[in-house]
Write a protein that binds this ligand. Sequence first.
Ligand SMILES: [Zn+2]
Length: 94
Amino acid sequence: MATRILSAREMKAEGQAIKARFKTTLGIEYLDKLPATIPPGKALVHNNVRPTRQLGLRGFRAWLVDPDDDRQSRRVVCDCGWAPELGKHYRLTR
Ligand SMILES: [Zn+2]
């Protein structure tokens, strides 16, 4: 089996393609860093990995959604205490 070595540019393109697919299929656009405030009409969601302040660490991801976007209907209000300055947020349930 041949191993394909990806260049840094290809890896980046691959990552962006995955991001784009997430966005179109699930409405998920991962945040690289936390916003100072939640934009109006958006809700903050994180996955069910134990939250860390640093996004992306140990698989922790967070993103913004339209609250009426039902493609992620498995989300619940989360009280884990992560990012209290941003107010209410949600997490995905398993
Ligand atoms: Zn939480």
